[in-house]
Design a protein around this ligand. Structure first.
Ligand code: UDP
Ligand code: MG
Length: 328
């Protein structure tokens, strides 16, 4: 079975108001590329009528449209994974459903792929989001840059293109919570970036509350770095070392004052002892954390979602199970 050249994966969560505008711009933009494509919408358990709108669109363009309906809300990145498991194209582009990523920019990403890159990240030229998100996002970009090996100018931009190999590797990584642009980056051999436009949301509102943004960034940091765990051990070692220095200082002070026995008694000074033991304890917690961290890395192996239904033509069906376990 030969697939189309391009698969576009779009996660959809409560976007009924914006979807018609998306269809109106997405399909003409893809038709203009003049090569075979497919669009895979993943409805991430929307509570509005997004599923029905997607179904109508499937009926309108069944030749190039496929729709996956989740039974509940699993989050944007899990939705994209479900799309990735079903792509047939050689190149895969991810896009938000809210028209913040202009579909007309897809051609730009593909041009970079044509030039030999297997991972093309979008960088939003002028970001159209609320000010506190722009500031927080810049800070997180910088933190991630320091504690992981992932180089991304704009980690929040989901307008990205991947080669099929990368997408297969992402699917094969059995992680429960992940951050796709970062995970994909770790599999890329020739990543690059291009500037893309960014627009204000066409309709509806952002699905990311402050809490969800914090959760997402936790996924990003803990998923790709053990530094947070290691900080504990380091801090514990620091505290223990400081208390030993304190011992030495108090001992020297008392001995110099002619009170050698008083100096020795400093060893039993409750405050310094507590200081020391807390250091040892923190180090121990960090050490246990190291092992827990390794176990955590090993056990990321549960089904990530269950699928309620898949809308696609019979001819397009790929053998699969109902949980997120790809048959390979
Ligand atoms: N989204 C999703 N599941 C969620 C949250 C968001 O599929 O739980 C989709 C949403 O429909 C949109 C994309 O992910 O297509 C980005 O979401 P949003 O525009 O709300 O994020 P923001 O642009 O504010 O970062
Ligand atoms: Mg958006």
């Amino acid at each position: 079975m030969t697939g189309p050249a391009l698969s576009v994966v779009i996660p959809v969560y409560n976007e009924e108001a914006g979807l018609p505008a998306l269809f109106d711009r997405l399909y003409p933009a893809l038709d203009a590329l003049q090569s075979p494509y497919e669009v895979i919408f993943v409805n991430d358990g929307s509570r509005d009528h997004s599923a029905a709108v997607l179904k109508d669109q499937f009926l309108a363009r069944p030749d190039v449209t496929r729709v996956v309906l989740f039974n509940a809300n699993y989050g944007q990145h899990t939705a994209i994974i479900a799309g990735f498991e079903r792509v047939r194209g050689e190149r895969i582009v991810t896009l938000d459903a809210d028209l913040q990523n202009p579909p007309e920019e897809i051609g730009k990403l593909l041009a970079e792929m044509e030039a030999g890159h297997d991972y093309v990240g979008g960088v939003r030229r002028q970001r159209e989001d609320v000010w506190w998100r722009r500031i927080a996002s810049r800070a997180m970009n910088r933190l991630r840059e320091r504690i992981t090996h992932i180089k991304m100018t704009d980690q929040g931009c989901m307008l990205r293109a991947y080669s099929r190999d990368i997408v297969e590797a992402v699917v094969a990584s059995r992680e429960v919570s992940t951050y796709i642009p970062a995970l994909a980056y770790t599999f890329a051999h020739s990543p690059t970036e291009v500037e893309v436009a960014h627009e204000e949301r066409a309709a509806g509102e952002s699905k990311y509350s402050l809490y969800r943004l914090i959760r997402l960034n936790f996924d990003l940091i803990t998923g790709f770095s053990l530094v947070p765990l290691q900080l504990f051990s380091l801090f514990g070692m620091f505290v223990a070392a400081m208390s030993i220095i304190l011992y030495a200082v108090v001992f020297a002070q008392r001995t110099l004052a002619g009170d050698f026995r008083g100096g020795l008694n400093a060893l039993w000074d409750r405050d310094i002892l507590v200081f020391f033991l807390i250091g040892v304890m923190l180090f121990g917690v960090g050490l246990v954390g190291e092992y827990v961290g390794r176990i955590y890395q090993q056990v990321r192996d549960r089904p990530r979602f269950t699928i309620h239904a898949v809308l696609e033509r019979e001819a397009d069906q790929v053998p699969e199970t109902k949980i997120g376990t790809p048959v390979r």
